[in-house]
Design a protein around this ligand. Sequence first.
Ligand code: DGY
Length: 324
Amino acid sequence: MTKRVFVTRRFPGPGLSMLKGTCDVDLWPSDLPPTRAELLAKVDRIDGLLCLLTDTIDAEMLDAAGPQLRVISNYAVGFDNIDVALATARGIPVGNTPGVLTEATADFAFSLLMAAARRLGEGIDFARAGKWQTWSPGLLLGGDVHGATLGILGMGRIGQAMARRARGFEMQVLYCDPSHTRETIEGARSVAFKELLEQSDYLSVHTPLNAQTHHLFDGNAFQAMKSTAVLINTARGPIVDHGALHGALEAGQIAYAALDVTEPEPLPPTHPLFSLENCLILPHLGSATNTTRAKMGIMACENLLAGLQGNRLPNCVNPQLYDM
Ligand code: DGY
């Protein structure tokens, strides 16, 4: 029987055409995600789900899908939107898209670092608003990037790509890897989280969101950081406590924050962080290049097709399923 799949959003590149003729595809037509109720209705009796980080896949969703669900393929490397433990307990493999977005995301994180250091957002607003009257020795002074200390939280693929970029700017690189999987990285020094906070001029977050990292950047963390420090987050919003961040930026406990991810997403325009000149907020664009998004689509469809055929997913976040 033809397998039924639900794809929760259109995406660029040839990925979706790989599904044609292989399964019965229900593709969500809008650029906005299905509501919770719409998603619950759409997953009814599907064999495969291709979802995005904006879709929460939990017990209620898996129950609504039914026991025939054979695969969940996430169009993202992060998978904190999915209850993977539960999917594993139910024998459902979960796929993700690692590797293909590493360089694009590190490029973007480094762009945010540079933009924050040299106050690009404020400069653009200043010029646009007609406030530029003359060249001025004290106008919008920023911090040096060259020779400064970059702290990296999470030394996986993207953290390492960030470190490579930093070496080009002759920065000192410190890192802390909460998962303790990376013991030595050439040209970078492993430190405890406390030292990372205390020593970093720029601190860039590249760790997954989980119980250990949720609100890791709280009031105490900001208190330990340099008053000149810049925080860059391109990982997941809830790693940073936004209330504490607002307090720290307002009180000058840290100098600047550049956030590509927020809690919640989208961050409402009325959120107090938007009123601060020393906070740059972007709409989750880390992997947003044409090639990267197309490659993510191909990988997500490869995972989906493998799961439908009962084959091992090429990129599986719960591979222990195959040893059971
Ligand atoms: C991911 O893949 O997890 C990013 O956040 C979006 O590209």
